[in-house]
Design a binder for this molecule. Structure first.
Ligand code: PRX
Length: 654
């Protein structure tokens, strides 16, 4: 948290606030009275939000919190999520409105109207049923950012089969463990995806994973790139099987608490947690936040969230929130530098994007690339900018506002998590005078506090742990197959609060500043990776005896992974340079390229307390090139000298 604290003390001198313009405020969906409504009657407020959806059976009770931490929202209600995201817009006369403006990396384009989307989702739902999938069965989706990925998720929701989307950059092993943990019956994938002008095949990872997952009966494969694939007896082509299905499908309503999806995220152990989300509460909160925080106007806006569907941001703000609100949105398959570093700005200009939602790591990358790329495009269509995934430093915030937003667009910095399902802390763009770098305050209907170690709430000017004080509709309902871990991780430090794992501070005006994780979870380019996960990957290599991993401050990615490794005996004469490269690649193969350490340092010892706990804080000092802090609790105080001496002879970056 030291870096964030530095930012914070710099900000003590930073008094700028940016109030919305009078024009923006006047037309905003959310006015200041939204806070008053929620405060006057929190559950009534959420009931009103929920009733904006189409329920087959109305709910009898807003919240059942009789068995904490297991909440039930909108008890007794039934609805179909896909119906709410697609059918109802066609029925209300908006079938010809474009839902998705897809752009592939090679430049291919496809507009999909809500009517067409209904046909596609219905065909896919029929296909899933024909493959033997029924309500409650788990389906793993391992796909590029293409229209079929959205269709696949909605088809699962339509038939009540919880999906588990696995980011297509994850390794075969990461995919295997997720298929296995959820005992998935079906995997939906593609032959490959376009990345930076190349075709990256996806099917081999699926083949490898499925070979050791007996629960999988079928693999449905979209032909995206036409690359060669090995074909097995479980494999079915999407363009043959789905396309031959009827475009008619009658959706069935499911209980408000029916599981909608599982999404794996890193925790503090090596085993990812399957975060479980359900139907009515989740859809209510993603729809409410998408409408009010993005100020969405379905008739005129072109929304673009640049996340991948493999992360929760893609679930909530590409698929469910925007479609439930009848948005027209851009989906882009590829990387921001293909074919050139102005690709995003070219997309904004050509599609007339009005609302852009992205991550600080991307913003910092664009800052580094230079203003000439955005400046070579007309970005005047933009009217609102959003940020998510990690703290946004004031410099990046100001750049985003000035260069991308032309000094006219409000910026919403939105704090939330895979576990919260939807935004929790954020400005309201037509109400809040924002401060560069602050997520400002809890959204209407959400209860947030910052507490000290004893769980006592802190006031303005104080820093501590961020907690959520009230159950919220989109909250996780548990960890798949491990309720005890759910209780232990989030509800045991202070049983009356949900512990988010983040440090935070109220400034003197009561604005909230997020200070980063307080546990052993790193945030690399807005993605959560646990130190233990990377350590286990490293020690699975035959050369490694022991490993300790820390997240070190990084100008572009927020944090970067730095690993300290002790080699097994007998490897003293090994070629350090090639071993470092081998180990970095090994982690990429075990977990995925996003987990590849920026540096691997070969050391003779690790700093440990007498009880054997690694003092990561000291390693972090080394990784961040600081003088080493208090080392009096070390079992062997000489060890830091040994490490420093050892480092001089080991190689680091590539
Ligand atoms: O540390 C916080 C950080 O990302 C974590 C959640 O990660 P994940 O579940 O992968 O979800 C990311 C997208 C919602 C949080 O515990 N985080 C997320 N948004 C912000 C943030 N930190 C500071 N400011 C944010 N706006």
């Amino acid at each position: 948290m030291s870096d964030a604290n530095e930012t914070l003390s710099n900000l003590a001198h930073e008094n700028r606030t940016f109030a919305p313009s009078a024009e923006f405020a006047a037309q905003a969906n959310a006015k200041a009275d939204l806070y008053d409504q929620a405060e006057a009657d929190r559950l009534g407020f959420w009931a009103t939000q929920a009733r904006g959806l189409d329920w087959e059976t109305d709910f009898a009770e807003v919240l059942d919190w009789s068995n904490p931490p297991f909440a039930k929202w909108f008890v007794g209600g039934t609805l179909n999520v896909a119906y709410n995201c697609v059918d109802r817009h066609v029925h209300s006369g908006h079938g010809d409105q474009v839902a998705i403006r897809f752009e592939g990396e090679p430049g291919d384009q496809r507009n999909v109207t809500y009517r067409e989307l209904l046909g596609e989702v219905s065909k896919a739902a029929n296909a899933l049923t024909a493959l033997g999938i029924t309500a409650g069965d788990r389906v793993v989706i391992y796909m590029p950012m293409i229209v079929e990925a959205v269709v696949a998720m909605l088809a699962c929701a339509r038939i009540g089969a919880p999906h588990s989307v696995v980011f297509a950059g994850f390794s075969a092993e990461a995919l295997r463990s997720r298929i296995d943990d959820a005992s998935a019956k079906l995997v939906i994938t593609a032959d490959g995806q376009n990345r930076r002008g190349n075709v990256m095949s996806l099917k081999p990872a699926v083949d490898e994973a499925v070979a050791s997952c007996p629960s999988v009966n079928s693999v449905l494969v979209v032909k995206r790139c036409g690359n060669d694939v090995t074909w097995g007896e479980k494999d079915v082509w999407w363009h043959e099987f789905v396309e031959s299905q009827s475009p008619e499908h009658t959706p069935q309503a499911f209980d408000s608490e029916h599981p909608l999806f599982i999404l794996y995220t890193s925790g503090t152990t090596g085993k990812p947690k399957g975060i479980l989300h359900t139907t009515g509460g989740y859809l209510t909160q993603v729809t409410y936040t998408h409408r009010n925080v993005f100020d969405l106007k379905p008739e005129t806006d072109v929304f673009w969230c640049t996340a991948d569907i493999g992360w929760v941001t893609g679930h909530s703000y590409i698929v469910y929130g925007p479609l439930a609100n009848r948005a027209t949105q851009v989906i882009y398959e590829g990387t921001p530098d293909a074919p050139a570093k102005d690709r995003w700005w070219d997309i904004v200009e050509r599609h007339g994007v009005t609302i852009l939602y992205t991550a600080p790591t991307a913003i910092r990358t664009f800052m580094k690339w230079g203003d000439e790329f955005p400046e070579s495009h007309d970005l005047s269509s933009l009217r609102l900018l959003g940020s998510v995934g990690e703290p946004i430093n004031p410099e990046a915030w100001i750049w985003y506002r000035r260069v991308i937003g032309g000094d006219r667009c409000p910026i919403i910095d939105t704090w939330w998590q895979t576990e919260t399902g939807a935004m929790m802390i954020s400005p309201l763009p037509g109400v809040t005078a924002t401060k560069p770098g602050s997520a400002m305050r809890a959204l209407p209907g959400i209860g947030v506090a910052i507490v000290d170690d004893a769980g006592s709430p802190l006031g303005n000017g104080s820093g501590g742990f961020l907690v959520l004080t009230e159950p919220w509709p989109a909250m996780l309902r548990g960890i798949w197959g491990d309720n005890q871990r759910f209780i232990d991780t989030y509800w045991s430090k202070w049983p009356q609060y949900y512990f988010a794992g983040d440090g935070a501070k109220f400034d003197d005006d009561g604005a909230i500043w997020l200070l980063g994780r307080v546990d052993d979870v790193m945030n690399v380019s807005g993605h959560r990776i646990s130190t233990t996960e990377v350590e286990s990957a490293l020690v699975s290599h035959p050369s490694v005896a022991e490993a300790a991993v820390v997240g070190a401050a990084d100008e572009t990615t927020g944090q970067a992974i730095v690993a300290f490794v002790i080699l097994r005996g007998g490897l003293e004469g090994a070629d350090g340079t090639s071993l470092v490269a081998t180990l970095r690649n090994h982690v990429a193969t075990e977990i995925g390229p996003i987990a590849k350490p920026r540096q691997v340092m070969i050391v003779p010892e690790l700093p440990k307390t007498r009880s054997g706990k690694i003092l990561r804080r000291l390693l972090q000092d080394i990784a961040e090139h600081r003088s080493i802090g208090d080392s009096t609790t070390l079992a062997d105080p000489a060890v830091m000298n040994l490490i420093s001496a050892g480092l001089e002879s080991s190689s680091t970056d590539d």
